[in-house]
Design a protein around this ligand. Structure first.
Ligand SMILES: NC(=O)c1ccc[n+]([C@@H]2O[C@H](COP(=O)([O-])OP(=O)(O)OC[C@H]3O[C@@H](n4cnc5c(N)ncnc54)[C@H](O)[C@@H]3O)[C@@H](O)[C@H]2O)c1
Length: 442
């Protein structure tokens, strides 16, 4: 084990901006799991295994038995939202979980009352709510969030806290001059600069308090040099962006397979219908633009058309999201993929994924909470690229390109865990098993 690794906290606080469909499905799910009413399906930290050493050694523990992660029973929740309904009421409104499930953890959910949010309709045009902080400028808003964090820690007697963004997608913002250094960023906050969105204010407050921050939405948020500088200065891990759940999860499973078999693709049309609040927010073209940019990058990075022009240079990739209220959180994602094979003969693949967005996202939130806390204890700081597995638009250093292939991401994640614990990396070379049989002189 690497010597810096500190013991897991007895209690780990989880602070969530945005107690909506994902936030409440995550919290209610953890409380149901704590009470043994349900199993943590989809969570690598709870159900995943990891192979150690050679295949002949037969060592494949559960990840949670291998790495000293905080116990799921130690999690304590708090959060902010622009609506002042408790997590119980919000979970009922979200209509992801059944009333039967929600009632089993009613007391725990009712105890979670959202703190006043940092919010401005300029950044999420389709929403408005009463539970919002007031202050002279954005810097003062950040100070108020820091007071909330201190109070939450004190009231719950916590040493460690992680913050995970589960709030709405903000309008598209390009990186600008004010994002380039901590100094310009702080000045811009004091001047109420337009390029500082609420999610950046939460992230700034978290990092100032030494709290890891993971971004579940496609917002710019922690993907700017000013925040990287703060993360380095305060030695705090950051991760993002945009949970990889439905259609993009499928894309990053299927496209590496097609590429591995050198099958060409000339069209990939993806459309979605969904009717939850997230869908309503994304109905605004400016919020959709943020999501679209996040969703479109995936195929280009996986297929590398510049390196494989005969197969992918003409690929037409289109993504649509349509707000359709009758569906609620039960999204339907259709994909039509036009592919071609031997001698250029065309074929098609159709995918119709009837998924539940928040059910796919909740275990990601859980894993991010536990892995971000681990990263903090092991002394990792700045961008946590090894957590790319969980994101549609993984953050990376400017000199690198993002790794989107789900299987490469998985190998990276597991090798990082092996590295943390001082185990050998697994290369899948395997020639040593055949030693004596493969040498020409034999
Ligand atoms: N569900 C998925 O599969 C998925 C996948 C990737 C990313 N996401 C992103 O995760 C986020 C949450 O999704 P959801 O389905 O839970 O949405 P939701 O609309 O149900 O919940 C978002 C909540 O955030 C609140 N909110 C908005 N701005 C806020 C602010 N500044 N401070 C505090 N609260 C604020 C809203 O009032 C709402 O309750 C969205 O940005 C979404 O795009 C979702």
């Amino acid at each position: 084990m690497r010597k810096q690794l500190k013991q897991p906290p007895k209690k780990l606080g989880v602070l969530i901006p945005g107690l909506g469909a994902i936030g409440t499905s995550f919290i209610a799910g953890v409380e149901l799991i704590k009470k043994k009413y349900a199993k943590p399906i989809g969570s690598m930290t709870q159900m995943g295994t990891i192979r150690l050493g050679k295949r002949t050694e037969n060592r494949t523990p559960l990840i949670k038995d291998f790495v000293p992660l905080a116990d799921i029973n130690s999690l304590v929740f708090g959060g902010w939202d622009i609506f002042n309904e408790t997590a119980y009421e919000a979970a009922k409104h979200a209509k992801v979980l059944t009333n039967e499930h929600i009632e089993l953890v009613k007391d725990e959910l009712q105890a979670i009352k959202p703190m006043k949010a940092v919010f401005n309709r300029r950044y999420v045009k389709k929403l408005d709510g009463p539970n919002v902080k007031k202050a002279g400028n954005k810097y003062e808003l950040a100070q108020k969030l820091m007071e909330d964090i201190d109070n939450f820690k004190q009231e719950n007697e916590l040493d460690s806290v992680v913050m995970v963004w589960c709030a709405s997608t903000e309008v598209y913002i390009e990186p600008q001059e004010v994002h380039q250094s901590l100094e310009t960023f702080e000045k811009a906050m004091k001047e109420n600069h337009d390029a500082i969105s609420p999610s950046m204010i939460y992230a700034y407050a978290a990092l100032k308090k030494g709290i890891p921050f993971a971004n579940g939405a496609p917002n710019l948020t922690v993907d700017i040099p000013a925040i990287w500088e703060l993360a380095k200065k305060n030695q705090v891990p950051i991760a993002g962006k945009d949970y990889k759940t439905g259609q993009t999860l499928m894309k990053t499973i299927i496209s590496p397979g097609l590429k591995a078999r050198l099958l060409g693709i000339n069209g990939w049309f993806s459309t979605n219908i969904l009717g939850n609040r997230d869908g309503e927010v994304l109905d605004d073209p400016e919020s959709f633009k943020t999501k679209e940019v996040s969703k479109l990058g995936v195929l280009n990075y996986i297929l590398q058309p510049e390196k494989n022009p005969d197969l992918y240079k003409d690929l037409y990739h289109k993504v649509r999201i349509n707000y359709y209220p009758p569906r609620g959180d039960n999204k339907e994602g259709w994909d039509n993929i036009d592919i071609f094979g031997w001698l250029g003969y065309p074929m098609q693949i159709k995918i119709d994924f009837l998924c539940k967005d928040s059910i796919l996202a909740a275990p990601i939130v859980l894993d991010l909470v536990l892995f971000m806390d681990l990263a903090q204890r092991v002394g990792f700081h700045g961008i946590q690229e090894w957590l790319s597995f969980y994101f549609k638009s993984p953050m990376h250093l400017p000199k690198l390109y993002p790794e989107h292939d789900l299987f490469v991401q998985l190998a990276k994640l597991k090798n990082t865990l092996r590295y943390i614990m001082g185990e050998d990396m697994i290369t899948h070379l395997g020639l040593d098993y055949y030693d004596g049989q493969m040498r020409p002189e034999d």
